[in-house]
Design a protein around this ligand. Sequence first.
Ligand code: SF4
Length: 479
Amino acid sequence: MDHVIGLDRSQTQLLPPCLEDYVSDDAPVRVIDAYVDSLDLVKLGFKHATPKRLGRRAYDPGMLLKLYLYGYLNRTRSSRRLEQETKRNLELKWLVQGLEPDHKTISDFRKDNKSQFKKVFREFNLLCRQLKLFEAELVAIDGSKFKAVSNPRNHFTKKQLQETVEKVDKGIAAYLEKLDREDDQALNGLRESKETLEKKIASLKSRKARLKEQLESLEKSGEQEIGGHDSEARQMKISKAPSVGYNVQTAVDTKHHLIAAQEVVTEANDLRQLEPMSQAAKEELEVEKLGVLADSGYHQFQHLKACEEQGIETYVARPKTSSGRGSKGNRIYPKEQFQWDEEKDVYRCPAGQELKGGKLRNKPNGKVREFQNRKACKGCELKAKCTEGKYRTIQRWEGEEAVKRTEERLRAHPKRYALRKSVVEHVFGTMRIWGQDKFLTRGLEKVSAEFSLTALSYNLTRAINIVGVAGLLEAIEEN
Ligand code: SF4
């Protein structure tokens, strides 16, 4: 039996007479088209949204926004690939009405409208809220590290730069020593001539000059790190390996796993993100009260306190501490056995002694006071059960009461906290499958714009999956 036979290329075909016939009624591309058409691009601040009276005609930003949204939804993000797709993809031809902008026009559009994409993301969330897709009661906050366009080998901290300069200096000294030796034929078994050694020294010297320049500009800028391609990206572990990237933060609604708020930051850890992300989610959802789930990486005393003051109920796991264990792992009195006396501003220890507090000091996870009574500890009979040092210190963090209340909530609602993992993992897992966990642009502002497009595409896909193309088209029309 023969194989299935295709069309004869030279034979005239009766293809559908118009582009409309190539796109089915339930194609997601119709949602992109209708949604972008419904936006007020002038109000949103898109460049060239109002056509110029004179000069060369510009492309409609609406058309370019449709092109990008289609690309992000279909895993085609580069401007060159998008240019190619406008020439061969029938759905895209329908979407952009046969226009074929070149890759420079396409990439310039993303560059020129950096802050506008977040506004479009917000506008879409408004539509989702009208469709009651957000519960707006409980969100899960989490971060993920996305790779930057920067080679980790060319990205240094000040300390690393200084160490590399020292290594280069040692290399130069070693070659100079070899040069000083009279026999320039066979050194260390390698037949290196005087000329070769001089070349190596020159190359190391020019590397040293480059490193020195970087060190100077790092000192002048006051930044912590300097990078070859993206100086705003930071060293961080990505997939357990040292890399260079950005920390992407999301607040995800627990009802349908839609992203309520998103941000890109340069800090590698999440310690200072709880309050700003919770507040951003609360503002986006326009609610007075909001529950927030986050892992122990977000446990920061001041942030927990600040959240409480703003009507945000936190469910944040406390990091494992060594309270109740000495440095050798032996049992000592845990902090709970020290009673807090609010009135006297002291802790009372198991021996009945009062521990007085020092000044408030700044630490990475909050402000803290240390309570001690060195004199009492010196002759204490219970010392062996209390400390391995000369005296016992109890730390009291600013916002400790808020921490206690957070722990009580966690104990009272264990199922609520258990939701956290599945909610946020869905978001970042999907973005990884889409291959959108690596940025294509450089600099915080541009990568933030890129992530807004990724987050919008994610929410758009979720909304289509939940209410369907027809449901969304109807909602857009009614809006
Ligand atoms: S060692 Fe110090 S803090 Fe500990 S029980 Fe004795 S007096 Fe109190």
